[in-house]
Design a binder for this molecule. Structure first.
Ligand SMILES: COc1cc(/C=C/C(=O)SCCNC(=O)CCNC(=O)[C@H](O)C(C)(C)COP(=O)(O)OP(=O)(O)OC[C@H]2O[C@@H](n3cnc4c(N)ncnc43)[C@H](O)[C@@H]2OP(=O)(O)O)ccc1O
Ligand code: AKG
Ligand code: FE2
Length: 350
C-alpha cells in the first residue's frame, strides 16, 4: 500500500521493500526529505569539466604493445577508462541489461524474496540506497548484489536474470584477465604468480536508478571508490556516472559509448601497486526524465587474502604507503559506513 501524506517514505522504501522503484512509481511531486542530500554531497554541475574525458581504448589488436601501455597509463593518471572492441559480444551485453530491467520490473512480492531478511543466502541480496541501516540520507538506487564466486549459492539467484548474468560474467573473464596482465606488466610483475590474489572472488551488482523527482537534490550513488581489484562496468545509454579529477574539486562525465565497457581501478589494486594505480572517486547523478541501469562486475582478492604493496615493488627500495590488511576486514570496513569518498583507504594507510 502507498504511504499516506504524513507517512514515512523510508519505511515504505526500506522496510516494506518497495525501494526507490516503488517511490518513483508513485509519481511524487517532490523528493521525500529522506533523500535530500546536504549541499556538499550533491553533484555541483558547475564543477563538471565539459572539455575533459577519460581515454577510450581500442582493444581490437591485442598484439599491439601500445594497447597495454595505454591501459597502464590510464590506470595511473585517471583510474578510469573505457574499452571498445573488447570481444564481449554485444548481444551478451544487451541481454544482461534486459535481464536487469526484467528483474526490477518484477512485482514487489517477488523481489522482496531477495532482501537480506528473506534471502536464504548472504551471497544474493537486494538493497535500496547503499546501506539503508547506516545512511542518514538515502541514495536513489536499488541494487541486487550477487557473490558469483560462491558457486553453491547459484540455486538462489533469481531465475529471471540467472542465465544472462552467468553468460556476461563468463564472457568478461578473458578481458578482465588480459587487462590485469597488462597492468601487472606496467609494474614489471609477473601475472601468473598474482592471478589468485587479483582475481580471487567475483561480485556482480545489478543497479537500477528510477526516474527521480528533483534529481538535483538527490544522488544516485554517493562519492566513493570501489574496494575491488578492478571493476568492469556496463552502463546503458542514459548517463550519470561522474569521476573526480584527481586531486581537484572538479568532475568528469563518463559518456555512454555504444558497445563500450567502463573499467576502473579499485582500492585493492591501489594498495597492491603501492599507489601507482589509482582508484578514482566517482558518483552517479540522479535523473528526472529517464530511468537508468548499470551492471558492474567487481573482481576482488579472496576474503582471506592478505593485501599490501607487492613485494616485487618494495625490493627496489620503494617505501610502502600501505600496510598489510586482511581483505575481508577491508571490505567489512567499507560496508560499515556510508559513502565517504576515498576514506576507506585510510584503513590501510601506514
Ligand atoms: C553496493 O553498492 C556499492 C558497491 C560499491 C563497490 C563494491 C565493490 O567494490 S564490491 C567488491 C567487494 N568485495 C567482495 O565482495 C569480496 C567478496 N566478498 C565476500 O567474500 C564477503 O561478502 C565479505 C566481504 C567477506 C563479507 O562476508 P561475510 O563475512 O559473510 O559477512 P556478511 O554478513 O555478508 O557481511 C558483513 C557486513 O558487511 C555488509 N555487507 C557485506 N556484503 C554486502 C553487500 N554486498 N551489500 C551490502 N552490505 C554488505 C553487511 O552490512 C554486513 O553487516 P550486517 O549488519 O548486514 O550483518 C560501490 C558503491 C556502491 O554503492
Ligand atoms: O552506475 C554506475 O555508473 C556506477 C555504479 C558504481 O559506482 C558502483 O556500483 O560501484
Ligand atoms: Fe563504484
Amino acid at each position: 500500500m502507498a504511504p499516506s501524506p504524513t507517512n514515512d517514505y523510508r519505511n515504505f522504501a526500506v522496510t516494506k521493500g518497495h525501494g526507490v522503484k516503488g517511490l518513483s512509481d508513485l509519481k511524487l511531486d517532490a523528493l521525500p526529505e529522506q533523500y535530500i542530500q546536504p549541499v556538499e554531497e550533491r553533484l555541483d554541475m558547475t564543477k563538471v569539466l565539459k572539455k575533459e574525458s577519460i581515454p577510450v581504448i581500442d582493444m581490437s589488436n591485442l598484439d599491439d604493445p601500445n594497447v597495454a601501455h595505454q591501459i597502464a597509463a590510464a590506470a595511473e593518471k585517471w583510474g578510469f577508462f573505457q574499452i571498445i572492441n573488447h570481444g564481449v559480444p554485444i548481444e551478451v551485453l544487451e541481454n544482461v541489461k534486459e535481464a536487469t530491467r526484467r528483474f526490477f520490473a518484477l512485482p514487489v512480492e517477488e523481489k522482496i524474496k531477495y532482501t537480506q531478511e528473506q534471502s536464504p543466502t548472504n551471497s544474493v541480496r537486494l538493497t535500496t540506497s547503499f546501506l539503508p541501516k547506516v545512511d542518514k540520507v538515502l541514495e536513489w538506487k536499488d541494487y541486487l548484489s550477487i557473490l558469483v564466486s560462491d558457486e553453491k549459492s547459484s540455486e538462489f539467484w533469481p531465475s529471471t536474470c540467472k542465465h544472462d548474468v552467468k553468460e556476461y560474467v563468463e564472457k568478461s573473464e578473458f578481458v578482465m584477465k588480459w587487462l590485469l596482465k597488462a597492468l601487472m606488466k606496467g609494474l614489471n610483475v609477473d601475472m601468473d604468480s598474482k592471478e589468485s590474489i587479483l582475481m580471487g572472488s567475483t561480485r556482480i551488482n545489478l543497479n537500477y536508478y528510477p526516474v527521480c523527482p528533483n534529481p538535483e537534490l538527490a544522488i544516485g550513488v554517493g562519492r566513493h571508490s570501489d574496494v575491488s581489484t578492478l571493476t568492469f562496468l556496463l552502463q546503458d545509454n542514459v548517463g550519470g556516472l561522474h569521476i573526480r579529477k584527481m586531486d581537484t574539486d572538479t568532475w568528469i562525465f563518463v559518456p555512454p559509448v555504444e558497445g563500450a565497457i567502463v573499467i576502473n581501478i579499485g582500492d585493492a589494486l591501489q594498495i597492491l601497486s603501492n599507489g601507482k594505480y589509482k582508484s578514482a572517486e566517482h558518483c552517479v547523478a540522479a535523473n528526472g526524465s529517464n530511468d537508468r541501469i548499470s551492471v558492474p562486475i567487481f573482481t576482488n582478492p579472496s576474503p582471506d587474502d592478505i593485501i599490501g604493496p607487492l613485494p616485487e615493488l618494495l625490493k627496489n627500495g620503494e617505501k610502502p604507503v600501505y600496510k598489510h590488511v586482511l581483505y575481508s576486514d577491508y571490505v567489512k570496513h567499507f560496508y560499515r559506513k556510508s559513502h565517504d569518498g576515498k576514506h576507506t583507504l585510510d584503513f590501510a594507510k601506514m
